[in-house]
Ligand binder design. Structure first.
Ligand SMILES: NC(=O)c1ccc[n+]([C@@H]2O[C@H](COP(=O)([O-])OP(=O)(O)OC[C@H]3O[C@@H](n4cnc5c(N)ncnc54)[C@H](OP(=O)(O)O)[C@@H]3O)[C@@H](O)[C@H]2O)c1
Length: 339
């Protein structure tokens, strides 16, 4: 079986390898013929040796999509030929986080998705919406699960105000799912071009955080001095205090990202005075992904793909992800190693 391995902590250490064919799927398992993958910031952190608990060589990449090739005993929900998304948190079918559910992740401490045939538990796989390509489906597991959980945590519905920071994959998926719920969405970006593209996706208000460094004041102005019900915090220490400035009394700062690092200083006073709920998040469960994909199917949402790379250009894909700045997700086609 063909697979791509990352042989060490480097963006240049990818190797195409031949591995033994997997045994037939066991009880409760599926074989998936992998078709596409997508990159997230965590894949870059793993490849740069910045993520804990990783040992090399490793089959990298958390997010993928493919076609059911064989069905093990005891599986009734899937048939050969079904198009599915693989959930990256392979031991988190449903329920609250536990150490084991949060810790185990494809491409981190389990084989990732850059292989011909993946053996997975049926409980960690979700049927793909019919209107999406392989690459679009593969772009979803991490960002759709996370975006869904952010909107659920803050009870976002018609008329709620949502702020997303930047135009990366998670922010744009949160924008799209929030619009489907009737919310009003404010998007920040360093680029006016990207902000125009965000408007085309439904953004109600746009703020350039370079030309408006006090973008939290803009959010207050745009919400008549109330503030946002939800701020999706993708950036970290650089933006956290402004997120507290932008959120409303009793609102939620959904804290997921560390693009500007993990360590910073917080003034607790605005958090206390405004009764802000700071909610951390570590992706979520397969059940959360299934809920998100049901909404994506019902609203015919098309996820935004920045660029798509063939798997032979895996180094270029990782370099592009490491540079950042993609409008939406980076996808990888697996045609060259697919069955
Ligand atoms: N914990 C979880 O459950 C979870 C799930 C998903 C993602 N994440 C994390 O969330 C973060 C974002 O992930 P992603 O995949 O969506 O990233 P991405 O696709 O790489 O997006 C990065 C974007 O963030 C924006 N950005 C960078 N610095 C900024 C700043 N100072 N202020 C405002 N925006 C800024 C930029 O947007 P512009 O180019 O428009 O300026 C940039 O393009 C990462 O740290 C990732 O690990 C966590």
């Amino acid at each position: 079986m063909r697979a791509i391995q990352l042989t060490g902590p480097s963006l240049d250490a990818f190797a195409s390898v031949d591995l033994p064919e997997p045994p037939p799927p066991g009880h409760g398992q599926l074989h998936i013929a992998m078709r596409a993958a997508s990159l997230n910031f965590i894949d870059v952190a793993v490849a740069l040796g910045q993520y804990p608990g990783v040992s090399f060589p490793l089959i990298p990449v958390a997010d993928g999509a493919g076609e059911v090739l064989a069905v093990g005993e005891g599986v009734s929900a899937f048939n050969v030929g079904d198009r599915v998304a693989l959930h990256p948190k392979a031991r988190w079918a449903a329920g609250r986080p536990t150490v084991e559910r949060s810790r185990v992740m494809r491409g981190v401490n389990l084989p990732g998705v850059l292989m011909q045939v993946a053996t997975v538990d049926a409980s960690a796989v979700v049927k793909a919406p019919d209107h999406l390509s392989w690459e679009e489906t593969a772009s979803l597991p991490i960002v759709a699960t996370t975006a869904w959980n952010a909107l659920e945590a803050a009870h976002i519905g018609p008329g709620s105000h949502v702020v997303v920071l930047g135009t990366g994959g998670t922010s744009l998926m949160t924008l799209q799912l929030a619009k489907a719920r009737g919310a009003r969405v404010i998007v920040t970006s360093s680029s006016d071009d990207k902000l125009v593209r965000a408007q085309a996706l439904g953004a109600d208000h746009i703020v350039n955080y370079r030309t408006h460094p006090t973008w939290d004041d803009e959010v207050q102005r745009l919400t008549d001095g109330v503030g946002a019900d939800l701020v999706l915090e993708t950036v970290g220490p650089q933006t956290f205090m402004r997120s507290l400035g932008a959120v409303r009394q009793g609102g939620t700062v959904f804290t997921i990202g560390f693009l500007s690092g993990t360590v910073g200083q917080i003034d607790l006073l605005p958090l206390i005075i405004k009764s802000v709920r700071v909610q951390g998040n570590n992706t979520g469960s397969a059940e959360d992904l299934a809920d998100a994909l049901a909404a994506i199917a019902a609203h015919r949402i098309k996820p935004v793909l920045g660029r798509t790379f063939p798997v032979r250009r895996i180094e270029d894909a990782y370099r592009s992800a490491a540079e950042g700045g993609s409008f939406g997700k980076l996808a990888i086609t697996l045609d060259e190693i697919a069955l």
